[in-house]
Design a protein around this ligand. Sequence first.
Ligand code: SAH
Length: 474
Amino acid sequence: MDYLPLFHNLKGRPCLVVGGGATALRKVRPLLEAGADITIVAPEITPGLASLVGEKGMHFLQRPFQPGDLDGAALVIAATNNRSVNETVSSLAMAGNIPVNVVDNPDLCSVIFPSIIDRSPVQIAVSTGGSGPVLARLLRGRLEAMLPNNFGRLARLAERFRDRVKTRIPEENSRRHFWERIFEGPVAELVYSDREQEAEALFLAQLTSAETTALGEVYLVGGGPGDPDLLTFKALRLMQQADIVLYDRLVSKPVLNLVRRDAERIYVGKTAGDHPVTQDNINRKLAEFARQGHRVLRLKGGDPFIFGRGGEEIEHLADQGIPFQVVPGITAASGCASYAGIPLTHRDYAQSVRFIAGHRKNDVLDLPWPELVTPGQTLVFYMGLNGLEAICDGLMEHGMARTMPAALIEKGTSDRQRVFTGTLADLPARVREGQARAPTLIIVGEVVRLRDKLNWFGDAAPQDQGDMDDKFPL
Ligand code: SAH
């Protein structure tokens, strides 16, 4: 982090602006909005600034800057077009530990101005650290669009009723749920459309009838294969509401980062051969947290109902009458196939697709081989990295051509994605040579040929390959 964002209370505090041109005027405006006590020092000022001085009761010293001008200042802005004056102001201010901003010159600044979205009392400040004003503007545009004009009025309404709500709903979880319903429901809509009286009446009605004990719930959510842009809107919404999240190894860091900041995070992943948290234990925890009134997010990689044991977890909840919702996610097969440019079905090559668990149980791969070698289908093996050779051998032994195209996709959809292609005969050697690491997905079938033409995403750069630990939690 290059800068620490802070909000500065400048009401009635002395601020010095050195310079009297258009640049100074640009900085004076936000200082006025913040209620600062402003002194401008400059040999000359523009008529626009001069009239503002009179109108707003600012002080104006018509002369060049002198070091003593800094005495007692809470903030200094250097906005002259003379670099040496700006440098002098900056170095004196820094020596005296007075926050200083030199317009358009980040090297001389100890503080920088963000792009501001003002919905007072709600304020958003955006900074790109001086590196990208266009980027900051674009971002600001998006945020402006997200925040209705009356957003500040909604915040004021909340401010007015905060104590009353606290008395009526003392329990913290229930109170947060109540506020979320207010901010996302019809009360907010009424405020946004300028019907504040009706909003207030509805607010009071909802407060009177509000539940004072929270009813917990479990959200079983598919987090997709890795790229956070592949989350559904619903997944994101529930991720933002959760109080506690239990997540797996296959949930990528960028996805996990989108869970509500202050939600408690519990890792319940398994690594091959090592089960730190048993399935029973997970089932029990989900029920227990929900019964305590929490909104529990059970976040899984891919889709929870595809090799995800999601069914077992909610069966347990259903048995105990605990409410739950299930949100599908993009399964590894869809994600990896799309990002590798391999359509899973194709009119000419494959009329069906099979998802197969490719891990060995007690070293044996027990699969319905004769069905798998039937032509006209695509085979997708999950959990198949260790069994890759056995899978390819098994298919060839049961009659599939040695030249059948096959691909292995490592860390699909992430910026560390690598794709190995070959045939049943040579893919295992290629993968061994490239030292692929989990998670990987295997696709077998004629459709793999299409990758040469349809590959759009590309592989990770060599320096980004290999270690994935900073993308997936384990
Ligand atoms: N519920 C998950 C699958 C869990 S089984 C889903 O729907 O995707 C775990 C297996 O999924 C891994 O062994 C691997 O085969 C596959 N997998 C998950 N994410 C992957 C990714 N980003 N790239 C490649 N394979 C992945």
